[in-house]
Design a protein around this ligand. Structure first.
Ligand code: SAM
Ligand code: SF4
Length: 348
């Protein structure tokens, strides 16, 4: 069959390598991020362009069955860990059921999610019961007015209640903040203390210029070095932590010299990028497999399923995508080289 693809699909001459999840640069894909919706109950300034995005019609989203099928093929190829994201994953109708179904796909050992936390007060316990192991919760500021402005109406007290509900339900929690000058750089220490008081790690993310570099926060980016400088001044001297990188994610961890149990992570995709160790690919809600966050290339796996493709066809399309995984992203802090795609559709 001819594979229906977005971008360049596998030519008939393409022979999938023995290990379809090993790319041309000898990087091994171990981890699949699945965006289950491109919709969100927030609209964070650093994520959504001012004029919004064109949401995919419902009929274009992968159904639960299509997602199970695609995930099962990834699992057969060796992926063991899934992260469910969005948009905001918890706004997808039936999300708890979906999480449980994906957790039960043979071969999948761990399902975690990335969420803005708004729905965790109600959903943390059902998600834990469905087999979800952890939640990374976005928390950029503790100030209610600032939070509402940054997220377009979000309620930080609800998110904090969601974080506490997640901890009470036994989920492994990490907190994430995009660090931005003039937005939350005066709160980096307060966010760390908030996290440490709950025994969890705080992670700061360097802003990435998706949406063709057109996001509102362009120009407010803080580099990893600037984040470390802030923290060293405001919370104390830091030293590298030996917390494992890799399968656990791209963050580099630091700990307080005077209190080593207090750790902070920095995800520095821009100034200290980690492309050489990248182990992930991303599936959008409409089934596009993106091998790199920093490029628009994608292969549409949903179309393979809807065209009646076999599991072998899906594996071949996955292999083609992984084969095409770029050596690294090319975006600059100025926005140059940024992909046209939007973070809200990619899920981080
Ligand atoms: N709605 C969920 C949330 O906010 O956690 C999941 C999707 S969100 C796109 C995933 C992560 O991407 C969040 O931690 C968010 O802070 C981060 N993010 C969004 N836009 C970003 C950008 N331009 N640069 C860096 N990180 C970004
Ligand atoms: Fe929504 Fe998450 Fe993007 Fe904020 S970062 S707009 S919560 S998808």
């Amino acid at each position: 069959m001819t594979l229906p693809v977005v971008g360049a699909g596998p030519p008939s001459t393409f022979v999938a390598p023995d290990d379809p999840l090993r790319d041309r640069f000898a990087r091994q894909v171990r981890y699949l991020r699945v965006s289950v919706t491109d919709r969100c109950n927030f609209a964070c300034t650093y994520c959504v362009p001012d004029d919004g995005i064109a949401h995919r019609p419902r009929a274009e989203l992968c159904t639960f069955e299509e997602l199970e099928r695609i995930v099962a093929v990834f699992a057969a190829l060796g992926v063991r860990r899934l992260r469910l994201t969005g948009g905001e994953p918890t706004v997808r109708a039936g999300f708890v059921e979906l999480a449980g179904r994906l957790r039960r796909v043979p071969g999948i050992d761990e399902v975690v999610l990335t969420t803005n936390g708004h729905r965790l007060p109600e959903l943390a316990r059902p998600l834990a019961d469905a087999g979800v192991a952890g939640a990374n919760v976005s928390l950029d500021t503790l100030d209610p007015a600032r939070f509402a402005a940054l997220t377009s109406g979000g309620d930080v007290t609800r998110v904090i209640a969601g974080i506490d509900a997640a901890l009470a339900a036994g989920l492994a929690v990490k907190l994430n903040a995009v660090a931005l000058a003039g937005v939350n750089d005066d709160e980096l220490a307060a966010l760390c203390r908030f996290a440490w008081a709950r025994g969890v790690v705080m992670r700061f993310i360097e802003h990435m210029p998706l949406s063709s570099g057109a996001l509102y926060d362009r120009g407010r980016e803080l580099s990893a070095a600037a984040i470390r400088d802030h923290l060293a001044t405001e919370v104390g001297a830091l030293e590298p932590s030996d917390r494992e990188r890799g399968i656990a994610g791209p963050a580099r961890y630091w700990r307080l010299v005077d209190a080593p149990a207090r750790e902070v992570g920095i995800i520095s995709a821009m100034t200290e990028h980690f492309c050489d160790a990248c182990n992930r690919v991303r599936l959008t809600a409409d089934g596009q497999l993106h091998a790199c966050l920093g490029h628009d290339d994608a292969v549409n796996l949903r179309d393979v399923v809807r065209a009646g493709g076999s599991d072998d066809d899906l594996a071949r399309a996955i292999a083609w995508s992984v084969h095409g995984k770029r050596e690294g992203h090319e975006f600059q802090r100025s926005g140059g080289g940024a992909p046209t795609k939007h973070m809200i559709a990619m899920g981080g």
